[in-house]
Design a protein around this ligand. Structure first.
Ligand SMILES: Cc1ncc(C[n+]2csc(CCOP(=O)(O)OP(=O)(O)O)c2C)c(N)n1
Ligand SMILES: [Mg+2]
Length: 365
């Protein structure tokens, strides 16, 4: 082609074409990719169902506890379970997980204590103190922060030849941050063992994705970094789990992968948000029909592997777990400013030293 024949409009209109949305189970729970699902065992699929049901149950319980004033502000995950828990379940315990504020309970399924997850929402530092057996970053409120955190770890894994990955979850609006682009760029250069999962739930608080970027997909942001990307139905738990598993194998051998999960949060951004101000009920209804629990539940029920009794038992278990975690949480000493100032720096700068002296004195009495 000659420059005289260039058509800029045409050029840009095809950018997203490389990123169709893949499914394994459709909205009706019908298999659309037999080859993929037959690579997974019944046990794996049942465990996946158990974990997303647990995710829904804990989400509903925490919303109640929040309304009762027993827990602080909360960023609900309802709707995003396939994306969150499907990702975590595909990891090895020695992989590294970098969640956001919305994925705290996925962190519990990775090994964080439930009482710590509750304390995290209270802003208590105990929430961020893990043993050596939990390779997880504390849930990050800094939008775009998780990808660059996981990148550092993914580079270290490549340098050390470790057969593990670092997986970050981030939202759609996080992909507009400099941190995100920088993370992808260096991930490509250094072949980081990184899986950067983008949970495209259509909004950054009230701002729809179309107002965040002109890109027709978020997956295509990987093109400039020279790394593979795939866009999948983030309401399909099997597709998420399968894709992360495949990406994990690839990332260990070759380097980073970006996965864009097309998903939705049924609830508000946080408990202090009113989504009716920026989206209508019809939109929510459309997405409710795509519910990950419905489609995998249906598929497994038809195979005789799932029923309401199993779901009810998980809801009961969550009630007990939440009660125990609340009791455990109550045992935590109120935190002191002097203590968390001490955790912040190995070598304290002058101003922090002064504040530490001030708070030590103040809090001794
Ligand atoms: C660097 C930064 N800028 C702004 C905020 C305020 N903030 C908190 S959540 C949020 C929206 C994030 O949207 P998205 O990345 O799509 O994730 P979602 O909340 O939808 O899961 C913003 C702007 C922040 N926490 N960090
Ligand atoms: Mg979002």
């Amino acid at each position: 082609m000659k420059i005289s024949e260039l058509n800029f409009t045409e050029l840009v209109s095809t950018y997203g074409d490389n990123f169709p949305m893949y499914q394994i189970l459709d909205e009706e729970g019908q298999v659309v990719d037999q080859a993929a699902i037959s690579e997974l065992s019944d046990e794996e699929l049942v465990e996946l169902m158990e974990v997303i049901t647990w995710g829904r149950a804990i989400d509903e319980r925490v919303i109640l506890l929040n309304r009762q004033g027993a827990l602080s502000n909360y960023a609900p995950g309802g709707g995003q379970e396939a994306s969150q828990y499907g990702s975590v379940l595909a990891l090895d315990k020695k992989d590294v997980f970098a969640p956001t504020y919305r994925d705290v309970f996925a962190g519990v399924k990775f090994g964080m204590k439930l009482s710590q997850a509750f304390l995290w929402y209270k802003g208590h530092y105990i929430a961020n103190q893990y043993g050596d057996d939990l390779s997880m970053y504390s849930p990050n409120v800094i939008v775009g922060g998780t990808t660059i955190q996981a990148l550092g770890n993914g580079i270290a894994k490549r340098m050390k030849g470790e057969k593990q990955v670092a997986l970050s979850l981030c939202g759609d609006s996080a992909t507009s941050q400099g941190d995100f682009y920088e993370a992808l760029n260096f991930a490509g250069v250094f072949k980081a063992n990184l899986i950067a999962v983008v949970q495209n739930n259509g909004y950054g608080i009230s701002v729809p994705t179309a107002r965040q970027t002109k890109a027709s997909t978020l997956a295509q942001k990987a093109v400039a970094a020279g790394i593979p990307a795939v866009r999948i139905d983030g309401m399909d738990p099997v597709a998420v789990y399968y894709t992360v598993k495949k990406a994990r194998e690839y990332a260990i051998e070759n380097g980073p992968v970006l996965i864009e999960n097309m998903t939705y949060r049924f609830g508000p951004h946080t408990m202090s948000d009113d989504p009716k101000r920026y989206r209508d009920d019809e939109e929510v209804d459309i997405w409710r029909k795509k519910d990950p629990l419905l489609r995998l539940g249906k598929y497994l029920s038809e195979k005789g592997l799932w029923d309401q009794e199993k779901a009810d038992a998980i809801y009961e278990e969550v009630k007990t777990q939440a009660k125990e975690a609340l009791a455990e949480m109550a045992k935590a000493e109120p935190q002191k400013v002097s203590e968390f100032l001490n955790f912040m720096f190995k070598d304290q700068p002058q101003n922090i030293r002064e504040q530490t002296v001030y708070y030590n004195e103040k809090e001794e009495n």
